[in-house]
Design a protein around this ligand. Structure first.
Ligand SMILES: [Zn+2]
Length: 223
């Protein structure tokens, strides 16, 4: 049997990565492995890794590399993920994480690393206009507000701008992302698997661009 597509997706906050992952996972019938979702579920279920991660978060620290790496490695060993394929989201974020992944999958065994490229000005505008329900976390924006007076359409909660969605802190997060990810992009460019995808446009249009790039990579597969 052919191995399913082995994909990594990179993209800054506000680039529309979550939506693209859901659609690509459906299209290629591969699981979407999101490090953020896994982390939240480990914390909720109070697993040993979840407890360590929560301690770091509570102390206002970044979650140590090895916690996330261990979590991802454990997931890749489940349901023979490596042979059925997957789309990896939120991991790796650094070259050291990428190298840890190389113990399992060498860079040249990935079919494609999709880099969802959206100009800073566009994501800044998207994120700065975002408003969120305090109670159910439903997402609105200044151009698509709730029907009545910043009261959530779904639950009646108050719809507000998150504290960390100010222009200043968004810019700080985007800068950190660029700084952290640049070496990773370089790493996968050298492995000849990086696909830069223009992330500006309708969801379906962006999806088609990704599929085209992935399909051509699957044709050139080096098994
Ligand atoms: Zn609500």
């Amino acid at each position: 049997m052919d191995t399913g597509a082995l994909l990594v997706i990179l993209g800054k906050q506000g680039a529309g990565k979550g939506t693209q992952c859901v659609m690509l996972s459906r299209y290629y019938a591969i699981p979407h492995i999101s490090s953020g979702d896994m982390l939240r579920s480990n914390v909720r279920q109070k697993t040993p890794l979840g407890i360590k991660a929560k301690a770091a978060m509570d102390a206002g620290e970044l979650i140590p590399d090895e916690i996330v790496t261990e979590m991802i490695k454990a997931r890749l060993l489940q349901d023979s993920a490596i042979s059925t394929g997957f789309i990896l989201d939120g991991f790796p974020r650094t070259v050291s994480q990428a190298k840890a992944l190389d113990d399992y999958i060498l860079p040249n065994k990935f079919d494609a690393v999709i880099n969802l490229d959206v100009p800073q000005a566009v994501v800044l505008k998207r994120l700065a206009s975002r408003r969120v329900c305090q109670d159910c976390q439903a997402v609105y924006s200044t151009s698509m507000p709730p029907k009545v007076n910043w009261t959530c359409d779904i639950c009646g909660g108050e719809v507000v701008q998150r504290d960390d969605d100010t222009e200043e802190s968004i810019l700080r997060r985007l800068e950190l992302y660029d700084k952290e990810t640049y070496p990773l992009i370089d790493y996968y460019t050298k492995a000849n698997i990086l696909k830069n995808i223009n992330g500006v446009g309708a969801t379906e249009v962006v999806l088609k661009r990704s599929i085209k790039a992935i399909d051509s990579a699957l044709k050139l597969r080096k098994d």
